[in-house]
Design a protein around this ligand. Structure first.
Ligand SMILES: NC(=O)c1ccc[n+]([C@@H]2O[C@H](COP(=O)([O-])OP(=O)(O)OC[C@H]3O[C@@H](n4cnc5c(N)ncnc54)[C@H](OP(=O)(O)O)[C@@H]3O)[C@@H](O)[C@H]2O)c1
Length: 297
């Protein structure tokens, strides 16, 4: 059994399941997710190693680079194994200097789907997350009807199989589900950033996947004495504990930790086999503001 198989599986779309531990490809572009990586050979090696290790869920976007990450995925992995689920996102674009800007107009969304298809060399995108950009730094209320209707039209035209939402509020998830089936929600969540606790539980009851971005803390990985102490007591690394905590947090959580390093990839995938005892979970719960163990199911 590979590490990844220990993470279990979860449905993503009508007829597909993925292992709960996948891989996020954002870190493969250049510094600041802009331009090419310093070592494209290594970036492709990380992608191949992920698949060799059993990863079957890969998260990307054409605005990483832009275009660079998708092109690396195509170069490294095409033709794709049939069990691989590639998930991409649209709704943002990059300025000439690398700023992240909204790109939610009908023309921009349509262009983004075609950019993803071309750069990934696909005829249909398995899952497309609509990344809401009302506030770049976090979810902000406002109707998502207009952009989501555009994406649902692209789905009807056969270019997109399933739709997800990213950087959204619970109200936007509800609004979205009235417009189109939603198979996943991708928001910022980790051990110390737990705004979505209630949303995760709601989505679990509805059998919708929740895919935390920044599962390790993002560009500045999590640092905490408690996390380090728990890790040391278990003979694991802090990042492994952070991932194992997410896996036990709710059955609908799918992980897409990002790394540009083969060593970190191996370390992160091994987290699927780490079982956290109740004392460790209790200590870690305090990092997130003391959510009760009963509610953590
Ligand atoms: N929907 C959205 O708005 C959104 C936003 C951000 C990200 N995402 C997606 O979510 C995925 C995950 O997020 P992320 O990559 O930004 O953040 P992350 O997974 O929380 O953390 C990545 C950072 O942690 C480091 N790291 C990874 N494994 C490590 C380990 N074992 N030990 C020490 N450091 C380690 C990486 O550096 P090294 O490269 O040196 O390992 C990188 O700096 C992305 O790849 C992307 O697909 C989505």
């Amino acid at each position: 059994m590979t590490h990844v198989e220990h993470s279990g599986i979860y449905r993503l779309g009508d007829e597909r399941s993925v292992h709960r531990l996948g891989y996020g490809a954002m870190q493969l572009a250049g510094p600041g997710v802009f331009g090419p990586p310093r070592d494209p050979h290594m970036a492709r090696a990380v992608l191949r190693a992920a698949l060799d290790a059993g990863v079957d869920h890969l998260d990307t976007s054409d605005f990483y680079g832009p275009h660079v990450t998708n092109q690396l995925i195509r170069e490294a992995l095409h033709p794709y194994p049939k069990e691989l689920t590639l998930v991409t996102k649209i709704g943002a674009k990059r300025s000439a200097t690398g700023d992240w800007l909204p790109a939610l107009s009908p023309a921009e969304l349509t262009q983004a789907v075609h950019d993803n298809l071309r750069n990934l060399a696909l005829d249909v995108l398995e899952v497309v997350n609509l990344r809401i950009m009302f506030d770049r730094h976090g979810p902000a209320e406002g109707s998502i009807e207009e952009p989501l209707t555009v994406l649902a039209d692209l789905q009807r035209r056969g270019l997109v199989r399933h739709i997800g939402l990213s950087n959204v509020t619970a109200a936007q998830v509800n609004e979205g589900r009235r417009i189109s089936p939603i198979v996943c929600v991708q928001n910022h969540y980790n051990l110390v950033h737990r705004n979505d606790d209630a949303l995760i539980d709601t989505l679990a009851r509805e059998h919708i996947a929740y895919v935390p971005f920044f599962p390790l803390g993002g560009f500045t990985p999590l640092q905490s004495d408690t996390l380090s102490e728990v890790a040391a007591s278990l003979g694991a690394t802090p990042m492994q504990v952070a991932l194992a905590w997410l896996l036990q947090r709710a059955p609908n959580i799918l992980l897409i930790p990002g790394t540009s390093s083969l060593q970190h990839l191996e370390e992160n995938l091994a987290a699927a086999e780490l079982i956290l005892p109740p004392t460790a979970i209790a200590a870690l719960e305090r990092l997130g503001g003391g959510r009760s163990l009963d509610a953590a199911g």
